[in-house]
Design a protein around this ligand. Structure first.
Ligand SMILES: [Zn+2]
Length: 507
């Protein structure tokens, strides 16, 4: 039996490779993403300014210092923000300027940011060139603010050294043509304070760590918009200024360029930008998606910025990583030798053996769920048996040592767990089987009537088939159609419907 298992595992591994990538794109996704930030900017420009633009903002692609304030100005001239390197105009950017049939380019920043060589290249293309620049980034932000016009009732303040809050507020600032003024965390200087004296309402974006409470007292009619981190701050902005948004933009909060160039288009479409990590979504962002019934969304950037699995993750249930039901135990995450789960109890279900055995136990919540699941299976004509639930650290040690002696350590590690690495120690896992496979724990259980019932229905009771076929490189274990793990109905439903593993879901 063991050799057969090993052969099947090799086949499973080959299947996995052929099935990559496993996560599918959600149907409501629109993505503006190129091979890098410069291409992405051009793609956004093509999408937002299909028939061209007379004036364009040009920012440096590898340094956000001057560019953070430029979105409201781009909105004022109704032009896209394109990107360049500091010393030479990108060929693809020049092409996009031609397609736009632009006549004027506003360069953001001084010659130290974008060189005069770039300005000459633009003039040689018959473009008028003007700079939006001050002697430093704060003065550049004030210079741009003054270009926006003189009658500002409101100003927005962001930290001079942090881009995420500026990106998140940019669509709103652009829409209302509100200047974005840069500041140190604690102090205004004469340049930004002189400007801020002229307004009667000031929004500070971000928490005390980026703009201090003492700064808040120094501005006129100050109001802070902030969450606990950049992702939550982007949601707070969306809730405050874009309530009812049903088609938000999604951008990475790790790099500035895609959000910057996408922010003008987001403003045109009256949508916020929600910030995510490449591969994960904050619970607060998921809650916004759920509360606003978001089906469609626009991703800024390629897969290297925002992964193709983001649609699944945006719509995934919110979860608490510290939840006892979502405990992750595998070959990388171990339980201590002293870990004993709470509330162990023996579920009232069929076992293929009689008498007391520790392995009959489960924690009380999954035990009740297992009883309900077995009863439902029985009603559908499938009689299930519980073979092995809770195993203590010591018991797993004895078991693993036995397999190691019998088959060698490498083989044992494929189908058994070292002590501390077994889900059975959590009291949340039960191996189930049927008479049709002689009550064994074998792959062929997956092909039986009972095994198919389990695969299709276990989620309704909060269980998942923890080690699915073809996922050995992710879970660390070969296919085990018999090993069920309790995680709760909402999570089990999502994981089952989207063919995920617990590792992919949680990490
Ligand atoms: Zn098991």
């Amino acid at each position: 039996m063991l050799q057969k298992k090993l052969i099947v595992s090799v086949i499973s591994l080959l299947m996995l490779i052929s099935l990559m990538p496993r996560a599918a794109e959600a149907s409501g996704e629109e993505r503006f993403g190129g091979a890098g930030r410069y291409e992405t900017a051009n793609i956004i420009s093509k999408a937002g300014w299909k028939t061209g633009a007379k004036e364009v903002v040009l920012a440096r692609g590898d340094d956000f210092a001057d560019a953070l304030s430029s979105t409201p100005f781009a909105a004022k001239i109704n032009g896209p923000i394109l990107l360049t390197t500091g010393d030479s105009l990108k060929g693809s950017t020049a092409q996009e300027l031609k397609r736009l049939n632009a006549s004027k380019v506003w360069i953001v920043g001084g010659t130290n940011a974008i060189s005069d060589k770039v300005a000459s290249q633009l003039r040689n293309m018959n473009l008028k060139v003007e700079r939006l620049a001050g002697k430093d980034r704060i003065r550049t932000s004030v210079a741009i603010a003054n270009k926006l016009g003189s009658s500002h009732g409101t100003a927005i303040v962001v930290n001079r050294d942090q881009f995420p809050d500026a990106i998140a507020i940019a669509p709103y600032a652009a829409q209302k043509k509100i200047p974005i003024i840069l500041s140190d965390r604690n102090e205004l200087n004469s340049y930004n304070s002189n400007f801020l004296k002229k307004v009667n309402k000031t929004y500070l974006i971000g928490g005390d760590a980026v703009l201090s409470n003492s700064l808040l007292k120094k501005v006129r009619n100050g109001e802070r918009v902030a969450g606990g981190n950049r992702h939550v701050t982007s949601v707070r902005i969306a809730e405050k200024f874009f309530s009812g948004s049903s088609r938000p933009f999604i951008a990475t909060g790790e790099k500035f360029a895609d959000g910057l160039t996408g922010s003008v288009l987001a403003a045109k479409r009256n949508q916020p930008i929600l910030l995510v990590k490449q591969n994960s979504v904050d619970n607060t962002v998921k809650r916004f998606i759920k509360n606003n019934n978001v089906k469609n969304y626009t991703v800024l950037g390629g897969n290297q910025a925002v992964d193709s699995s983001i649609g699944l993750k945006l719509h995934a249930p919110q979860f608490d990583r510290n939840s006892e039901w979502l405990m992750l135990v595998n070959k990388k995450k171990h339980l201590s030798s002293s870990y004993v789960p709470k509330n162990l109890t023996i579920p009232n279900v069929r076992f293929p053996f009689s008498g007391y055995d520790q392995k009959k136990n489960l924690r009380s919540v999954p035990a009740k769920a297992l009883e309900n699941m077995f009863a439902a299976a029985k009603r559908d004509g499938s009689t299930l048996y519980a073979q092995s639930g809770y195993r203590s650290y010591q018991r797993q040690k004895t078991l693993f040592d036995y397999y190691k002696r019998q088959y060698g350590e490498a083989a044992a590690n494929r189908f058994s767990a070292r002590p501390g690495q077994s889900e059975h120690q959590t009291g949340l896992a039960m191996d189930v089987t049927s008479a049709s496979v002689g009550y064994d724990l074998v792959e062929s259980f997956g092909e039986t009537k009972e095994g198919k019932w389990v695969k299709n229905n276990a989620w309704k009771y909060g269980f998942i088939v923890r080690y699915p076929k073809g996922a050995e490189s992710i879970t660390g274990y070969q296919y085990e159609p018999w090993h069920l793990r309790y995680i709760g109905v909402e999570h089990a439903k999502y994981i089952t419907e989207n063919h995920l593993t617990l590792e992919e879901y949680l990490e």
